[in-house]
Design a binder for this molecule. Structure first.
Ligand code: CAA
Length: 684
């Protein structure tokens, strides 16, 4: 018997306990320990039931993801699941924490499940480019029916145990001791009933084909470009044709295809990359982290209001400060309307909306925010405006209060120039809409204190954001790389590609939206103003010329009804031949020769621009590692997760290939930015 799986007999019930911190993942040792424990328990004739429970913060949270990609070790999980399903002694799973993936499959194979209120149950394998590999696709439809099972498996979304056991998923719910609940359930119910047999029959539902078509249209289609959801659907449909054991065998084959696919390798990498980004290497500190409960947001525009809503949803108290009553009222109304629409859509309850608003205080007076623990400035992108705000903050809040700017590109050291205690100044760069987008770029300056950085990393977790710590440079990591990507889109316009052609190429590659449609949505004038304020960015006459010409002709994007595209009142996009004339004239003046490009050439050029800039960022140590960059691109810019992020994608392409392509582009264009980063040489 292994140390991490133990079995004790308690009043005629065998209690098997798994203790494999941190999340009781199903390593080879746990799998073999479980089989041994089952054999031992089943051999004891005084036992009438077996309980499987876990030590620590959670029941089994899944297969051990670190084992994928290594030589598989026996016993395989499906064999453990089948041993449980076929047990002659009834088994009760005692659930708490996160019952996910293989953990949920183990629980589904048990004849009974009891759980702690609030326990999360789910099959999130699609998020790792996988399908449930140990019978989840065969067991769940037999418990919940085809439709609900498809919904859970294809979306990968979990459900939370309610107060009472109200479906076939759990047979008893407790809000105190789950082992005690399992033992009581064994004695009061299992002993007298003698246990039930697991349902291993073929699922017979007349509407099976309709449910499948509905899932294809509404669930699979939302995971564009991913192969696992389709395979999951195929596996779930096996339940309508095959017995449990046959279906498990066939679905295992699909699981193995997914496990060995580049998509799953990338998505598993992304899982660990995001964890790594949350744990930057920082000097150890003895002082406790700063307590952040009261937060001021300065600026009630779209960004400020979005940040305020994100903080309110996380239970924090928020002051929203504006320069005048009119701006404040606009921001407050926006927040109220968004909350009330969330209530209407059933996303939050009326009570939750009420509680959130009760924690929001609008003000135009700096004196009312004096007790803030953190201030996030989200005002107009102007150094003068921001320095004025920071000077006022210095005179208002305590020296313990963290002062953060949400600037997208300004030099935060320069903003901090007006502050005496510069070590408490930091960048907290949210992405719009801030209450929805996952990413928070945390920007350290020359002076930022380690405790302030660590406190902000912890704060990101509180507000359920994915943190990525970066250093100071123009545009930080995300926007600096985005500029190189947009730069190439602009050059391609001058070389004769249409906006549709460019956007389609990037959407086909897997980006959520094309770069020019995004620019129209966010406003072409924003980058234009930033470039005007920073004339040193590039001396190349064609640098963002296409975008600049549109702004000069009053085409600022969706807000003016025209930009790279034309828009109707409902913001439906159509192509506009005028823009191609504008670009053609400009290209002729600069002697740029029109060329024709395939979709693959277009997307490769934009992605290579990202990769080279990312490599420069690593060379300059602006990001600690490639995982930070990939985390930023996955969570802030819609880079396809099944490619892992631009740096992982480069590694999959091969750095030698990337370098050759960059050298070719450098030779072809003569532009310095195509010189392969010296960081790439360090990888060859
Ligand atoms: N395998 C290996 N390591 C895992 C793991 C897993 N399934 N789940 C979590 N971990 C590790 C994390 O990497 C982290 O390690 P470090 O401390 O070294 O960074 C540690 O456990 C704690 O994880 P979190 O920081 O994420 O802790 P949390 O409390 O915020 O979240 C959790 C806990 C909800 C379980 C979350 O970790 C999670 O969602 N894990 C993944 C669950 C999952 O996808 N399960 C399905 C696996 S695939 C499968 O099971 C296939 C199959 O059908 C056989």
């Amino acid at each position: 018997m292994s140390n991490i799986v133990s079995v004790v007999s308690q009043n005629e019930v065998a209690v098997i306990t798994i203790n494999n911190p941190p999340v009781n993942a199903l390593s080879a040792e746990v799998r073999s320990g479980l089989l041994d424990a089952l054999t031992q328990a089943q051999a004891d004739k005084s036992i009438f039931a077996i309980v499987i429970q876990c030590e620590g913060r959670t029941f089994i949270a899944g297969a051990d993801i670190k084992e994928f990609g290594q030589t598989p070790k026996l016993p395989h999980l499906p064999d453990v699941v089948l041993a449980i399903a076929n047990s002659s002694v009834p088994i009760i799973a005692a659930l708490h924490g996160s019952v996910l993936g293989g953990g949920f499959e183990i629980a589904l194979a048990c004849q009974y499940r009891v759980g702690l209120k609030g326990t999360t149950l789910g099959l999130p394998e699609v998020n790792l480019g996988l399908i449930p590999g140990a019978g989840g696709t065969q067991l769940l439809p037999r418990v919940l029916g085809l439709s609900k099972a498809m919904n859970m498996i294809i979306t990968g979304k979990s459900i939370k145990l309610p107060d009472t056991a109200d479906n076939a998923l759990v047979h008893a719910v407790t809000d105190s001791d789950v082992l005690a609940c399992a033992l009581e359930f064994s004695h009061t119910f299992v002993k007298s009933s003698g246990g039930q047999k697991l349902n291993n029959k073929i699922v017979e539902q007349d509407d099976a084909e309709d449910i499948k078509q509905h899932a294809l249209k509404n669930l699979v289609s939302k995971r564009k470009g991913q192969t696992a959801p389709l395979k999951a659907l195929e596996a779930i449909m096996y339940t309508t044709q095959y017995s449990l054991e046959e279906g498990m065998k066939k679905s295992r084959k699909l699981f193995l295809e997914c496990r060995d696919s580049p998509q799953s390798a990338a998505m598993r990498y992304a899982f660990f990359a995001e964890k790594k980004a949350q744990k930057p290497k920082l000097p150890s500190i003895s002082a406790p982290l700063k307590n952040i409960e009261k937060v001021t947001v300065i600026g009630a525009g779209t960004m400020g209001a979005g940040i305020a809503m994100c903080l309110l949803a996380s239970g924090l108290s928020v002051y929203l400060l504006e320069i005048n009553a009119e701006n404040l009222e606009r921001g407050m109304s926006y927040i109220k309307n968004t909350l009330s629409s969330s209530v209407k859509k059933g996303r939050i309850s009326e009570q939750q909306a009420f509680e959130q608003l009760a924690r929001l205080t609008g003000t135009t007076e700096y004196s009312s925010i004096a007790d803030s623990h953190l201030v996030i400035e989200a005002a107009f992108e102007s150094m003068v405006v921001k320095q004025d705000i920071f000077a006022k903050l210095e005179a208002t809040v305590s020296t313990e209060c963290i002062l953060a700017s949400n600037t997208s590109y300004l030099d935060i050291d320069e903003i901090a120039y007006v502050v005496t205690h510069k070590s408490r100044v930091i960048g907290l760069h949210f992405f719009s809409p801030a209450h929805i987008m996952k990413l928070l770029e945390i920007v350290k300056t020359k002076h930022t204190d380690t405790n302030v950085i660590s406190s902000c990393m912890a704060f990101a977790k509180t507000i359920k954001k994915q943190a990525a710590l970066v250093g100071m440079c123009y545009g930080f990591v995300g926007n600096r790389m985005y500029a190189s990507y947009g730069r190439e889109a602009n050059f391609l316009l001058l070389e004769g590609c249409s906006p549709e052609q460019i956007d389609k190429a990037l959407v086909d590659f897997g980006m959520a939206m094309g770069p020019l449609a995004v620019n129209d949505m966010s406003g072409i004038d924003i980058g234009y103003k930033a470039r005007k304020e920073n004339p040193n960015l590039s001396v190349d006459p064609a640098y963002f010329l296409a975008a600049n010409l549109l702004v000069d002709s009053g085409r600022l994007g969706q807000k003016t009804g025209s930009g790279f595209y034309a828009y109707d009142e409902k913001l439906n996009r159509t192509s506009d031949p005028i823009v191609m004339d504008i670009f053609k004239n400009a290209a002729q003046k600069l002697n740029i020769v029109p060329q024709s490009y395939t979709s693959e050439e277009i997307s490769e050029r934009l992605v290579l621009a990202l990769i080279n800039e990312g490599a420069n960022i690593l060379q300059e140590s602006i990001a600690e590692n490639a995982e930070v960059i990939d985390t930023i691109w996955l969570n802030g810019y819609g880079f396809p997760r099944y490619y892992g992020g631009p740096m992982f994608y480069a590694q999959q392409l091969g750095w030698k290939y990337v370098k050759e392509k960059l050298l070719a582009l450098h030779q072809q264009t003569g532009k310095d930015w195509w010189k392969p980063s010296t960081y790439i040489d360090s990888l060859l």
